[in-house]
Design a protein around this ligand. Structure first.
Ligand SMILES: Nc1nc2c(ncn2[C@@H]2O[C@H](COP(=O)(O)OP(=O)(O)OP(=O)(O)O)[C@@H](O)[C@H]2O)c(=O)[nH]1
Ligand SMILES: [Mg+2]
Length: 375
């Protein structure tokens, strides 16, 4: 699974630096790079990887895109070493998108192995960076997206970096679709979130920031579009207003490297949010879950105990009844037997008495009659 790059293992461990608030070594930050197909995720990772190498903080890079042809950066863990995407297509008779989702699902089943690799490397690296496939639905509705994101979020400070293709998003309707994807991911995972407005070497990202800050500017941009979705976009922009308020947005060029400094400042800020908001909420949720489980276990134990008590009283009752029945049975049987004998005896006695009486009657009759002999 792991293909260590020589460069990454040769560098001192910045991850063991301690904070003033805590003496525990800082855990590496997981940067999960998501975005629509072709938005520049892989090129962005190549750029920040190069930047971190020059800063003597090489990251640990994990490629989760099974369909990528060639990677422009050295990668430590590659999904392609575990799952053969073409084979998945053949074996499950899937199209390219279905095969990507299935490959990632298959990979997610071995995610514990990746977690132990990360644990082994957590003292050597400051950042764990994850490249992902362009099929954004993997992270919005497939099981693997949730497994990967939640497992990372539970263990390490994790930040979702959403890459947006700025030139393409200069169309307000494409901008809105992109933002809807972003918001669905943000609200699904609740992890700290950064939007990287990529490809600023082609077009400056100022317009996007203005659209987010000024609702009316976006409305007037929509007015220029004569599309069926114009009305929908107008209504949605009202809804997204709250989402924009606390959003971190960074302009970036993966070609020139512009925006690297701002990006890492945003990462530091997002880590703070992870520690003070997400982790606190997560710990509360864990506590609640532990309480709920203890409560459920106690309830189950009590029910089992009650059942056992009831069962033993039923068994006791059954035995008493059985004993009664048994005794009755025996008595009945004896009685029956005795009755039979008694009946027999009575009959015999009666016969005897009857014979005795008739004999006595005969004697008395005979005594009162003159006998022939007397005559
Ligand atoms: N001009 C310019 N081009 C860029 C920039 N970032 C990426 N590109 C180009 O955009 C195209 C797509 O880049 P990738 O990095 O492959 O995009 P991706 O999001 O990884 O694509 P998928 O993995 O297929 O979803 C490539 O031709 C890149 O050279 C940038 O900042 N500026
Ligand atoms: Mg890519």
């Amino acid at each position: 699974m792991e293909t260590e790059s020589a460069a990454s293992s040769a560098v001192p461990p910045p991850a063991t630096t301690t904070t003033s608030a805590s003496t525990e070594p800082k855990l590496p930050v997981c940067i999960l790079v998501l975005g629509m197909a072709g938005s520049g995720k892989t090129t962005f990772i190549q750029r920040i990887n190069a930047h971190l190498h020059t800063e003597k903080m090489p990251p640990y890079v994990i490629n989760l895109d099974p369909a990528v042809h060639e990677l422009p950066y050295p990668c430590n863990v590659d999904i392609r070493d575990t799952v053969n995407y073409k084979q998945v297509m053949k074996q499950y008779s899937l199209g390219p998108n279905g095969a990507i989702v299935t490959s990632l699902n298959l990979f997610a089943t071995t995610f514990d192995q990746l977690l132990s690799l990360l644990e082994k490397n957590q003292t050597k690296h400051r950042y764990f960076i994850f490249d992902t496939p362009g099929q954004i639905e993997v992270f919005t509705w497939s099981a693997s997206g949730s497994i990967i994101t939640e497992a990372l979020g539970a263990t390490y400070p994790t930040v979702i970096v959403y890459i947006m293709d700025t030139p393409r998003s200069s169309n307000p309707i494409t901008f809105m679709s992109n933002m809807l994807y972003a918001v669905s991911i943000l609200y699904k995972y609740r992890l700290p979130f950064i939007i990287v407005l990529n490809k600023t070497d082609i077009i400056h990202h100022r317009f996007a920031l203005e659209w987010m800050n000024d609702f009316e500017l976006f409305q007037s941009a929509i007015e220029q579009e004569h599309s069926y979705s114009t009305d929908l976009c107008r209504s949605l922009s009202l809804v997204l207003d709250e989402f924009y308020t606390n959003l971190r947005c960074v302009g970036f060029s993966s070609i020139t490297g512009d925006g690297c400094k701002e990006f890492f400042e945003a990462i530091d800020d997002a880590c703070d949010e992870y520690e003070h908001v997400y982790k606190v909420e997560y710990n509360k949720w864990q506590e609640k879950r532990a309480k709920r489980e203890t409560h459920k276990r106690d309830k189950d134990l009590k029910r089992i105990k009650d059942d056992l008590n009831q069962e033993s009283s039923v068994i006791g009752e059954k035995r008493i009844r059985y004993d009664d029945m048994h005794n009755d049975g025996e008595t009945d049987e004896d009685d029956d037997g005795d009755d039979d004998d008694d009946d027999g005896d009575d009959k015999n006695n009666n016969d005897f008495e009857r014979e005795d009486e008739s004999f006595k009657r005969y004697l008395s009759k005979s005594a009162s009659k003159p006998t022939t002999m007397d005559t």
